[in-house]
Write a protein that binds this ligand. Structure first.
Ligand code: X5A
Ligand code: ZN
Length: 666
């Protein structure tokens, strides 16, 4: 399967601009495209992508969404003088036309469709279209909010028609509500539309009642339109990640799309004069990564807004890097969603509880209006000028953009053992120095009986050293005793200076890990239904997720609602996943776990797998290589009511410590 990334760009889309004075439209400038493209070149990202030419969209394609009357009006702007252009523009809200607008709008749409074709024909895995004019505000017979043709809405119609797709997800992370997309699909259950947007209780543009959380779609499309209004400015990384984990992703996995389209506006990023939000560029890596595990990775990202040129360009680069499979950078800032974000998240979950199994009836109580009295103070507004953010981003990106290791995945395979791992996995044959192995032998002498075990442990230590030095990104180790190996590895990782290790053990433990409650390790054990000794403390948690009490393939809910939020709160610099016998979750779920967790710790992960389990080893290593992107499993089942109740009890306890678990403020 193709694992390449397409990039659609043509500087011809810079050939139109605002000709008269209009402060509202002045921010939508041609340089939005060139500065993004130049930044992509600066990071050597352009050459790593498959360049796709744009083309003009046909009239037939345009009229998949727009009326012929409107098409004729747009067409007629080609020959208008400035006076006439201005007059035509004034018939619409926040719109402007230029003699080249029609041509550029056809290229923007055609470019978007080129990307859809490349992804759905299997020529590439995913891609991004850098286009203008944007699309998500335009409507059947109206230009609106700088948008002329609705690129993403038409792309969805086109994909349905040409490739007979039955379920398409549109994720609109632009800071404005894409009301144009909502109107096209509001009664259509085959297209799930998610949008978050600056709303401020309706006082922010486009000031529509139907942008609020209570609008969930209509007729057959009821439940398939998700609006997450932000009622305060200053939303940041934690708020966006929480929105994905607690609202979008549970529904998205339940919906099980065949294609994901992103209305990718970067006016939701820091420094943008429209959005006034605070998400830093690497946040878009995380958002992108979280969508790459749906649909087997088929993801088309299409530019919408974004008006702070530097912020826009850096965020575009973070998106493209992630599409290419580079390691996801660590998120900066305190990982706790703000009060107002939690209020919005709770409201949208409540509004959608009747339509989606992933939300329990417990979620169904509404908050209605915000009760500002007594709520904690919000962070101060960023009322500073654009150059302040320029300076911030200059230093910030240097800290964030760490190099991706040259080798993606290493494997430690015991002597005399044969297993065929996916192409590209590098077998480790170097054992750690005597000094290093001696330290370990000291601590674990009783357990280290055979030469074989010692050699293979020595190689695991080498692998940890290489992970720390960024020579490799992740690794798999086959082991005769996974608990012991994990304990040794953990000890060594902390010894060589890692600060926080997130350790997940699935199934039986042959030997107890030596854990200190010093905050350097978070230990999560996933057990089945059988009785077992359970110790829970701040940094140790046992999760019962058995096959009897919790049906198969519903594990995604635990992953989204419990494991990832704790991991995001804990901010590990290594992820250790070990599997023992008597596991209660299947191979596909383990692969989903390792795929999603690669968004943390800069992708630094070691998976320790029992040596006898070749199938598991192959699946996990292909997840580590970035090949398997879940979604060959069919729709995710929903856990039983009992199971959800058990989960809820655990969440209530844990969320006092781990703020990213919160999805309500009550
Ligand atoms: C595509 C986009 C914004 C329009 C704002 C009008 N449009 N005030 O971001
Ligand atoms: Zn926007």
């Amino acid at each position: 399967m193709a694992s390449t990334t397409a990039l659609v760009y043509d500087e011809e889309m810079m050939n139109y601009r605002l000709l008269w004075d209009d402060p509202e439209c002045a921010i939508e400038v041609p340089e939005r495209l060139s500065s993004s493209y130049e930044r992509l070149q600066h990071y050597d990202l352009v050459q790593r992508c498959v360049g796709l030419p744009v083309r003009e969209a046909t009239e037939e394609e345009i009229t998949l969404v727009h009326s012929t009357d409107y098409l004729e009006i747009v067409k007629s702007t080609q020959t208008m003088n400035e006076e006439e252009l201005k007059k035509t523009s004034q018939n619409y809200v926040a719109a402007y036309f230029h003699q080249n607008s029609y041509r550029c709008a056809k290229l923007a749409l055609g470019g978007t469709l080129q990307l859809v074709d490349a992804v759905l024909s299997g020529q590439v895995l995913n891609g991004m279209a850098l286009v203008r004019p944007p699309g998500h505000h335009s409507q059947r017979s109206q230009s609106n909010g700088f948008c002329i043709f609705n690129n993403v809405a038409i792309a969805a119609k086109y994909a349905q028609k040409k490739y007979k797709l039955e379920r398409i997800l549109i994720v609109d992370w632009d800071i404005h509500h894409g009301q144009g997309i909502q109107y096209v699909f509001e009664d259509d259950p085959s297209v799930l539309y998610f949008s978050w947007h600056r709303y401020e209780h309706g006082s922010f543009w486009p000031n529509l009642g139907e942008s609020d959380f209570g609008f969930v779609g209509k007729d057959k499309g009821t439940g398939f339109n998700i609006n997450l209004p932000w009622n305060k400015t200053g939303m940041g990384n934690a708020d966006y990640i929480a929105a994905f984990l607690h609202v979008l992703l549970p529904i998205a996995y339940e919906f099980d799309p065949e294609l994901v389209l992103v209305s990718s506006g970067y006016d939701s990023g820091i420094g943008d004069p429209e959005g006034c939000m605070r998400a830093t560029p690497e946040c878009f890596s995380h958002l992108t990564h979280m969508l790459m595990n749906l649909t087997g990775g088929k993801l088309c990202v299409v530019l919408e807004g974004g008006y702070h040129l530097r912020s826009l360009a850096e965020s575009v680069c973070m998106t493209v890097r992630t599409l290419l499979g580079d390691a996801v950078s660590r998120l900066s800032g305190e990982m706790a969603p703000c009060h107002s974000a939690l209020e919005s998240i709770q409201n949208v979950r409540a509004a959608h509880a009747p339509y989606w199994h992933c939300f329990s009836p417990d979620d169904a109580h509404l908050v209605h209006k915000s009760n500002t009295a007594g709520s904690p103070p919000e962070p101060p507004q960023e009322g500073r000028d654009a150059s302040v953010f320029e300076v911030f981003l200059e230093t910030h990106m240097k800290e964030v953009l760490n190099s991706t290791p040259a080798i993606r995945t290493s494997a430690v395979i015991p002597e005399g053992h044969t297993v065929t791992l996916p192409a590209g996995v590098q077998v480790e044959d170097q054992t750690a120095s005597k000094e290093q192995t001696d330290v370990i032998i000291g601590d674990f002498s009783e357990l280290l009986k055979t030469e074989n075990v010692l050699t293979s442990l020595g190689k695991m230590l080498t692998v940890i050293n290489k992970l720390v030095n960024k020579q490799i990104r992740n690794a798999i180790a086959l082991s005769p005793n996974t608990s012991l190996s994990a304990a040794v590895v953990l000890q060594h990782a902390l010894h060589v200076g890692l600060q926080r290790v997130f350790y997940i053990h699935i199934g039986d433990l042959d030997s107890k890990p030596l854990l200190k409650d010093d905050g350097k390790t978070f230990f999560l054990r996933i057990l089945g239904d059988e009785p077992a000794e359970v110790i829970n403390s701040k940094y140790q948690h046992s999760l019962k997720w058995g096959e009897n009490s919790c049906e198969g393939s519903s594990f995604i809910y635990v992953l989204l609602r419990l494991i990832l939020p704790i991991a995001y709160s804990f901010q590990p610099d290594l992820i250790l996943v070990a599997a023992g016998s008597n596991r209660s979750i299947g191979i596909q779920d383990i692969s989903l776990l390792t795929s999603m967790l690669q968004g943390l710790a800069e992708g630094r992960m070691l998976a320790v797998i029992p040596e006898s389990e070749s199938d598991l080893a192959v699946t996990v290593s292909s997840s580590l290589m970035g090949f398997s992107r879940a979604r060959e499993l069919g729709p995710h089942k929903c856990p039983s009511v009992d199971c959800m109740k058990t989960l809820k009890v655990q969440l209530d306890i844990l969320q006092k410590e781990w703020k990213m678990l919160q999805c309500s403020f009550g």
